[in-house]
Ligand binder design. Sequence first.
Ligand SMILES: O=c1[nH]cnc2c1ncn2[C@@H]1O[C@H](COP(=O)(O)OP(=O)(O)O)[C@@H](O)[C@H]1O
Length: 232
Amino acid sequence: MIKRNFLLLMASGQLSREEALECTRCRHACHVMLYSDTKSQLFGKFPIRHIILMQMRFDGLLGFPGGLVDPSKETLEEGLTRELSEELGLPLPISVEDHVESCFAPPSSPPFSSPFSSRLMLHFYVKKIEEEQIREVERVAASTATDHGQEVLGMVRVPLYTMKSGGGLAHFLSHSFIGNARSQLVSSLLRFNMASLEELRKALTRSQEIHSQNAESLRAALSLTGAQRKQL
Ligand SMILES: O=c1[nH]cnc2c1ncn2[C@@H]1O[C@H](COP(=O)(O)OP(=O)(O)O)[C@@H](O)[C@H]1O
């Protein structure tokens, strides 16, 4: 229990929704993790347990649906609901009760902080919906949502299982995420009891190894382009 609390606090610098809104010079962005329970199994043997939606963004990074909101013109939740209708193509009202945490964006997040740009405040929400609603979101997001193929390249589900080969959560966590989306995912998995602390520690440790292997394979790919250039 102590360890769990520690991990939740790890994403430090957390503020309440009200404290975060006191920063009137900040830009504010709201994102939401939509999820459902499921009884389905992968290959009939790996329980999927929960369907969690993330998206592949225009910049090649993984993140949650949402976007920038102007609190002087709309509430955070109205703004997030508006963003969702553009990105997912259907009304999915988000309320204050779905708010989980707010914090300043990590300094490296775009738009990159400079003495002249205002700081970015990130507000995170989690909303549980029915499995059928998740399927509908996926259908509509890929067909009629205005942002499909532009700002959003596709919705993706987070694999929560770990296969004998090691495939699953560790590989997913080793991808590149926007801002603090990876920590938002990890702390939500703990907070909502979707993964144990031990599972997450193992997956994150394995993700670091995968990351080093990826660096090797990137070097190989780069040298391939060098060889091709010589041939031209
Ligand atoms: O899933 C996320 N979690 C945390 N921060 C995010 C996430 N997605 C985007 N951000 C941060 O919020 C900023 C604005 O978000 P986004 O790019 O979705 O808004 P926009 O589409 O309105 O421009 C991004 O530049 C990035 O720093």
